[in-house]
Design a binder for this molecule. Structure first.
Ligand SMILES: [Mn+2]
Length: 316
């Protein structure tokens, strides 16, 4: 795995109605992420936050799309630049609408990159299929060019196109009927949380490997919505759905793609430090740090320090 890391705070709340997701990058950085990254990589380039705040005066879809289009373009550009410096890119959200930008960036770098989407929701809604019209449920549809709506006219056309055969879902359990139709018709590989538990995460990863990476030469981008994992581990998130995959399985997903040596980018999204009581926040924080623990190019070559007292002194 790439030994240097770029850390980008995608401090946005523009994709959904709640306040707070835009605060997660600062919260998690201060509460331990910075230390974890410093320990795991030979160099960490913290690029700070790229922010966007939703408009209270104008909640129209047209404004949301205008804002997201500009944001995604900016974020995408930064990501593709960082990737071409041979750095691993970690994008810390933020709500999942930011993935329009991360997908644009990773596909700009490698149009054939493989995307692992861990989530309770499929985020492949269009304004015509979405019951909520929240754009955090649309990044996959935007990247695939499925959004053909008057409010999106002239936008997102600059995005590289994500091919349905280049993405796999893990953890689904709250999929809208229009989304299920896209998944079925486009033949997208998808494992529900239930299937993941039944098959075992190892089997799921093996099947994904066979289909998406048959020659073991692909780059990978994981877009990890923490609500893919059960809310007992991540209570502080905007749209919790019971019955998620375990924290351990979430960790194994990251561990697996780290072990290929070809994980180029990871998004971690939808933590909301304004949701839940103190206990919920502590739990969410612990789980967040645990989840990213497999990252890094392997054990750092720290100088071996000999114990100053020889073992013989303690032998009986
Ligand atoms: Mn999501």
């Amino acid at each position: 795995m790439r030994s240097e890391c770029s850390l980008i705070g995608a401090a946005v709340d523009i994709g959904q109605p709640k306040e707070g997701t835009e605060l997660a990058p600062s919260w998690l950085r201060v509460k331990g992420f910075r230390d974890v990254f410093n320990k795991k990589f030979s160099a960490v380039h913290d690029l700070g936050d790229i922010t966007a705040k939703k408009s209270e005066e104008d909640p129209s879809l047209k404004t949301k799309f205008t804002q997201l289009d500009a944001y995604a373009k900016q974020l995408g550009q930064v990501i593709s630049e960082e990737l071409s410096k041979n750095r691993f890119v970690f994008t810390l959200g933020g709500d999942h609408s930011l993935a329009a930008g991360t997908l644009a960036g990773t596909m700009e770098f490698n149009p054939d990159i493989k995307v692992i989407w861990v989530d309770a929701n499929a985020d492949i809604n269009t304004p015509d299929t979405s019951p909520s019209a929240n754009t955090h449920g649309m990044p996959v549809a935007l990247a695939m060019g499925l959004v053909d709506h008057v409010d999106a006219k002239g936008k997102f056309e600059w995005m590289p196109r994500l091919k349905p055969e280049n993405i796999a879902y893990i953890g689904l359990r709250d999929v809208d009927p229009g989304e299920q139709k896209f998944i079925d018709e486009l033949g997208i590989m998808a494992f529900t949380a239930e299937e993941t538990k039944r098959l075992g995460i190892e089997k799921v990863l093996e099947l994904i490997q066979e289909k998406l990476d048959p020659n073991s030469d692909s780059d990978f981008h994981i877009s990890f919505d923490v609500d893919g994992i059960d809310p007992s581990f991540f209570p502080s998130t905007g749209t919790p759905v019971d019955g998620g995959i375990s924290l351990d399985d979430g960790k194994k997903i990251i561990e697996y793609f780290v072990s290929t040596g070809r994980l180029a980018a990871l998004d971690m999204v939808e933590v909301n430090p304004l949701l839940g009581d103190r206990e919920a926040l502590e739990r969410t924080l612990e789980s967040s740090i645990e989840l990213i623990s497999p990252l890094g190019p392997g054990p750092m070559k720290a100088p071996f320090i000999r114990p100053s007292i020889s073992n013989e002194r303690f032998s009986f």
